[in-house]
Design a protein around this ligand. Structure first.
Ligand code: BES
Ligand code: MN
Ligand code: ZN
Length: 510
């Protein structure tokens, strides 16, 4: 995929010669019911634009609904060949995130029409800060630019070559420029994650994921180590190994480290990702319907890799370790069986590892994460975040719209909520608690790997809680939102790259 170039312009909009000039509009209508008339208002003070758009705005044809578009060819008085107006919806409900989506909508409008170059006018509105809107626009443009059809033999690359953000002359130039640079890094890292998640299981085995992680680390200057079977045994990662033992593909324990120069104390943030490159369910095999989707069961791990890439480029002043536990969950003669008891990695060599009764081999994500969380703590992580396509139950609870979040620490969680404000991603906190933990007590050992039908996402989180213990920890269950089921105006159907932006912002808050 060719890389989208981003630029900033402070020139008057009317004079910008481009294939496509994009401006945003809001719906200012306040009345409801039969008297209501659409009242779209364009978010620029540029007189030439207002005049070029005047007749379409007063026609009643365009309501400025969220991601609604209208195109004007050869707009009078403008150097641009086309003027595209993208709606943000109700004026009173405008957010920076809606600007992000509108930018994605503009890009996805351009792509199939053979337009490779566009200019977006930064919206001029009291309720939007220039720098935040600039960053979000660029992120949204990258998100919109991604398409998943990489293996089509007749694929035409419709990628946008250049995206220019046109800022009003009164904007703080340095702030807008750095926001655009930041948005480019973040958008590109989110797409890095999406391209990994998009890969099928045969093209992205645990070993290959390890190689891709190491290559990325090399490019951006992160330390990396990729281990396999022998090291899992040395570290006594009995839970992680148990998942991988049924596959002919060896597991990969991916460890990336970011150490900013001169930072020798303070927190060490640990990112732990589920990297199941394909989840058949194992001996507790899944039904055939939709099983092909289980190639995206490494989306949590890929989110950590994308976040680490952004961290390496944006250089926050905090140390970060990322661990991705990559394996393939397969049924075979060597696979683990329901009823098996596995011993998880001990927190210290002189301590026993917790024993896990395997009720269902399809509850494998929590097992690989158990050892990943313990290892992160052993490497010195003082704060933990994990991301995993962990349970179908999370989609039952929250739909395929909002991710599930859990935490054992209100301070760590409040930082996460602040991160969501910036990222625009949607997560909803669910409870943990002893009554839920009760449900995963085992008769034969310490814990069992499933807690029954009810509260399935919560009992899964309680399982992980056993390994995070008292280390401040946030758990993200992204099973319902890592894959976009139907394309939207601003994002293609396929991998969403969810959580990259929020994890990055959480790390930056330390
Ligand atoms: N990878 C799945 C969860 C999943 C389901 C992700 C749908 C994305 C879409 C996970 O490993 C799994 O199989 N979970 C089981 C747990 C159960 C056996 C307790 C589930 O949710 O059914
Ligand atoms: Mn599973
Ligand atoms: Zn899984």
């Amino acid at each position: 995929m060719s890389l989208m170039r981003t630029e900033v312009s402070f020139a008057p909009l009317a004079g910008i010669a481009t294939e496509l000039l994009v401006v945003l509009a809001v719906d200012t209508q306040t009345e409801k019911g039969t008297n209501a008339k659409p009242a779209p208002a364009i978010l620029t003070s540029d007189a030439a634009i207002r005049s070029a758009a005047g007749s379409i705005l007063s026609s009643g044809e365009f309501k400025a609904g969220a991601n609604e578009t209208v195109l004007i060819h050869g707009p009078a008085g403008l150097a641009a060949k086309r003027l595209l107006i993208v709606g943000l919806g109700r004026q009173t409900k405008v957010t920076t995130h809606k600007v992000r989506n509108a930018a994605g909508t503009a890009v996805r409008y351009a792509k199939p029409r053979g337009i490779r170059q566009l200019v977006l006018a930064l919206p001029d509105s009291d309720s939007l800060a220039y720098a935040a809107a600039a960053r979000a626009s660029v992120e949204g443009a990258f998100v919109g630019d991604f398409d998943p059809d990489t293996y089509r033999s007749d694929r035409k690359d419709q990628s946008i070559q250049s995206f220019t953000l046109a800022a009003p002359a009164n904007a703080d130039r340095a702030a807008v420029e750095s926001a655009v640079a930041e948005g480019s890094i973040i958008g590109e890292c989110q797409n890095f994650t999406r391209s990994l998640v998009n890969e099928p299981g045969n093209k992205l085995t645990p070993t290959i994921l390890g190689r891709r992680a190491a290559e990325m680390a090399q490019q951006v200057g992160l330390q990396s180590e990729v281990h396999s079977t022998d090291r899992l045994h040395e570290l006594k990662m009995g839970a992680f190994w148990a998942v991988s033992q049924g596959s002919a593909e060896p597991p990969a324990l991916i460890v990336l480290r970011y150490t900013p120069e001169g930072v020798t104390d303070g927190p060490i943030v640990g990112l732990v990702g589920k990297g199941i490159t394909f989840d058949t369910g194992g001996i507790s095999i899944k039904p055939a319907d939709n099983m092909e989707k289980m190639k995206y069961d490494m989306a949590g791990g890929a989110a950590m890799l994308g976040a680490m890439r952004a961290i390496a480029l944006l250089k926050p002043r905090v140390r970060v370790i990322a661990i991705v536990c990559a394996a393939e969950n397969m049924p075979s003669g060597t696979a683990q069986k329901p009823g098996d008891v596995q011993t998880a990695m001990p927190i210290a060599p002189d301590k026993p590892g917790k024993t896990i009764e395997v009720i269902n081999t399809d509850a494998e994500g929590r097992m690989v994460l158990a050892d990943g969380l313990t290892y992160a703590r052993q490497l010195g992580a003082t704060h933990l975040i994990d991301a995993a396509t962990l349970t179908g139950a999370i989609s039952v609870a929250l739909g395929k719209i909002t991710g599930g979040s859990f935490s054992n620490d209100d301070a760590a969680y409040s930082k996460f909520e602040q991160a969501l404000e910036i990222s625009g991603e949607k997560f909803w906190r669910l409870p943990l608690g002893e009554e839920y933990a009760e449900l995963i007590k085992s008769d034969i050992g310490d814990i069992k790997n499933t807690g029954g039908r009810f509260g399935g996402a919560i009992t899964a989180a309680e399982f992980l809680h056993h390994f995070a213990e008292d280390t401040p920890w946030v758990h993200l269950d992204i099973a319902g939102i890592a894959w976009v089921e139907d394309s939207r105006p601003f994002i293609a159907k396929g991998p969403s790259g969810i959580a990259v932006r929020s994890i990055l912002e959480w790390v930056r808050s330390f």
